[in-house]
Design a protein around this ligand. Structure first.
Ligand code: ATP
Ligand code: MG
Length: 350
């Protein structure tokens, strides 16, 4: 049965990339799919152990989910640390995954920087916890930005190795379903979760550098549009966004080799639900001095109501905590079933 799972880390200000790459897609999927949306607070510890106010950051991500329109009654909204199964399954996956799989990850290389020996062990094992997040619910579809594609592949590698190594026991216990894996068919317990990465803004780039993705953790605030920026700040950041001096091309092929232009056109397309080609039919031949104000108006139209709703939701932190707790209880019930199966497959008592 299809099940959608995704998460966002409480590592700082939510930005337009998180909105277009993740949250906007969550909202669209909830109409047709069963969904679990998590605030992955344990992941936040990988980059920085001592956090300014992790509890508040966690509530802010939850508030963004709710403000964007996710229905926590029909779906599950919770924070990762409230369901211990994430950590338990991650440990088991640490023993399934190989060290080489982890050191190959580009996010690890980027975030660890030059002093890799000094990065936290958690940062290296991050994809193993992410695989546990998804597979604890045996989720089948994971809406994410393009930057998470590699981690989703690793999730499938973990599921494949687990299914393969334990195929006989999975079959003996009647816990699996036949799955095609390469040339052979094995009795698989974990599904091979598919990433959902589509549309014109799967990788929103920094407004200051068209070669870097927009990130919560980028030290420059001008590099991103935060969901909570006011109208003037949004307009200012778009006005100051790096561009080349040429006018906009009249078709998408003309965006090749112009990463900043491509980025802004992609943002416009995703915010308006139109294609890049359609946007360029309208704006082709016009200078950025005309395109940027139109983009700023559109961004304000889309984001201001969400920011307003976020403030309203955040004014009642106790209610957010109740929503998260209710979601965690429902998540735990699902997680406990998976963990019981996994322990029985491995031969772990208890
Ligand atoms: P950090 O810098 O702390 O890693 P982040 O901005 O990358 O923060 P995450 O919590 O790691 O945010 O990711 C949450 C979701 O947002 C993921 O699905 C991720 O792929 C997506 N996402 C993050 N940045 C972008 C971006 N620039 N464009 C599109 N999607 C993005
Ligand atoms: Mg990230």
């Amino acid at each position: 049965k299809p099940l959608v799972f995704s998460g966002i880390q409480p590592t700082g200000n939510l930005h337009l990339g998180n909105y277009l790459g993740a949250i906007q897609k969550f909202v669209a999927l909830q109409d047709t799919q069963d969904c679990i949306f998590c605030v992955v607070d344990l992941h936040a510890l990988t980059a920085q152990l001592v956090q300014e106010d992790l509890a508040q950051q966690t509530r802010e991500i939850a508030a963004a989910y709710l403000a964007a329109g996710i229905d926590p009654k029909r779906h599950i909204v919770f924070n990762q640390a409230a369901v211990p199964g994430h950590s338990e399954l991650a440990w088991i996956f640490n023993c399934v995954a190989r060290i080489g799989w982890m050191t190959r990850m580009t996010q690890f290389k980027d975030k660890a920087g030059k002093d890799r020996e000094n990065a936290s062990l958690g940062l290296l094992a991050y994809p193993s916890l992410m695989a546990a997040d998804i597979l604890l619910y045996r989720a089948t579809h994971v809406p994410v930005g393009d930057d998470q594609k590699q981690h989703l592949e690793l999730t499938r590698d973990i599921a494949t190795k687990f299914n393969h190594d334990f195929s006989a026991r999975i079959e003996a216990k009647g816990l699996g379903v036949p799955m095609a894996m390469g040339d052979e068919t094995v009795n698989g317990y974990f599904p091979l979760a598919e990433p959902l990465i589509e549309g014109p803004a799967t990788r929103v780039m920094s407004l200051k550098d068209g070669s870097k993705k927009m990130s919560k953790s980028d030290p420059s605030d001008l590099s991103r549009i935060n969901l909570t920026d006011d109208d003037e700040t949004i307009a200012k950041k778009i006005r100051k966004a790096k561009t080349d001096p040429d006018a906009l091309p009249s078709e998408p092929a003309g965006l090749a080799g112009r990463p900043e232009a491509d980025n802004l056109v992609g943002i416009y397309a995703a915010l308006s639900g139109r294609s890049k080609a359609d946007i360029l039919t309208e704006f082709g031949g016009r200078p950025f001095s005309e395109f940027k104000p139109a983009l700023a108006d559109l961004a304000v139209d889309k984001l201001a109501p969400i920011a307003g709703d976020m403030r309203r939701v955040l004014s009642d932190p106790a209610e957010i905590d109740r929503t998260l707790k209710d979601g965690a209880e429902r998540a735990r019930a699902l997680a406990d079933r998976t963990l019981a199966d996994v322990k029985s497959i491995l031969g772990l008592l208890g």
